[in-house]
Write a protein that binds this ligand. Structure first.
Ligand code: ZN
Length: 182
């Protein structure tokens, strides 16, 4: 089973993972992963809204998961910030179907340029269920589905929250028009 949570920044994707983690009785059967490039929180899945954090292992590519679960009795795997990972989603499908591991994955579906983010489209394609989470627009409080970068950006992948805001469609349009005029 692969269940994926997508949405803009600040929408509570990690919260969704932690909520599920909290309900799991036997945490010995759980492993969590997050991308190496996102080391701002240390090796765990965290949220401002929860005291509980999920201890996680840094990986770069999906193929590394197999190595970490070898010889262990793992039933559930959490992955946060999955958009920064590389690899073939066949690895996930195999582990889900053959090894009967349940996956709970969170990630950004879109970049702040409104493009599909990394391997997220592939992950969504092989997910059994996809939950699209909305945040709150930082301008008007309507449900937000977009992440927007306010400052000038050098690299495509910029890790961290700074400079990013979550916007609804209408406010995104306003910001984009304003950006063009600059
Ligand atoms: Zn808005």
């Amino acid at each position: 089973m692969i269940r994926t949570y997508v949405g803009p920044m600040f929408s509570g994707k990690s919260d969704s993972l932690i909520t599920i983690y909290n309900k799991i009785w036997n945490k010995k059967l759980v492993l969590a992963f997050k991308p190496k490039c996102d080391s701002r929180d240390g090796a765990s899945i965290k949220s401002k809204n929860y005291d509980v954090e999920i201890p996680a292992i840094y990986i770069k590519d999906l193929k590394e998961i197999k190595k970490h679960i070898k010889g262990k009795n793992i039933h559930t795997i959490f992955i946060d910030e999955a958009q920064f990972l590389t690899g073939d989603v066949k690895e996930l499908v195999k582990l889900s179907v053959v090894d009967e591991i349940d996956f709970y994955i969170a990630g950004l579906n879109m970049t702040s340029e409104q493009k599909p983010f990394g391997i997220m489209p592939e992950i969504l394609a092989v997910s059994d269920t996809v939950h699209t989470i909305t945040g709150f627009c930082q301008e008007c409080n309507k449900p937000s589905t977009f992440t927007y970068y306010e400052a000038k950006k050098k690299e495509d992948v910029l890790v961290g929250d700074e400079g990013y805001i979550s916007l609804c469609q209408r406010c995104l349009k306003k910001h984009m028009l304003k950006g063009k005029k600059k």
